[in-house]
Design a binder for this molecule. Sequence first.
Ligand code: ZN
Length: 242
Amino acid sequence: MRKLIEGIIEFRRHVYPAYRATFARLAGTQDPDCLFVGCSDSRVVPNLFASTDPGDLFVVRNLGNLVPPFGHERGPGSSPSVGAALEFALHALDVADVVVCGHSNCGAMRGLLSGDLPRGAESLSAWLQHGRPALERLARLPDGGDGIALDASLPEHDRLSQLNVLEQVRHVASYPFVAERVAAGALRLHGWWFDIGTAEVWAFEPDFGRFVRMDEAEAARLKARMGDAGPEPVPEGPADRA
Ligand SMILES: [Zn+2]
């Protein structure tokens, strides 16, 4: 906490002057083009690894980067928080992209996998149910017929974390207003995964059925899909981790 307090003083003195114009411009409005759903984990800091500025990302962070599917976000014991953020991001901010980003060594995924949760953590247990479909898919791999190739050298909880990203993207798509926009070409959904040890972002490539490192080639591929003119994407080499 001391670091937090001293950081505010540091920001006021030394950082804010460089951002003065940015914050003045943002004071009355925001216009982010992306909703980012990430884990609450202290090591996952999208503004740092994606070099984003204030105003760039509309962010939801929760334990396990989970998105209750449509219909499960209402009623007793439910959590409408992520659904509300989706509605706001699309209806009020008109974002064009939604990213669900998981990460390595995720405590939520470890808990989901082992079932070993702190005693009396009923909210935690109820919340993690939204990750259960990924656990079921993990049990079906590699012959689950999903066409998904995961890196077998990853620990089981990391493979679960990657499957969970795909599952939560599916949950995002379960909201009718999301599905409508995707079908109309007005919204793109992305599944990303942050490897803490290397600080590398991996993006799920639907064309390859696997996560690929977000290097210049993958960035070009993504931008080409968005309609940005640029050099032809270079296919990933066999040395790439799935
Ligand atoms: Zn996590």
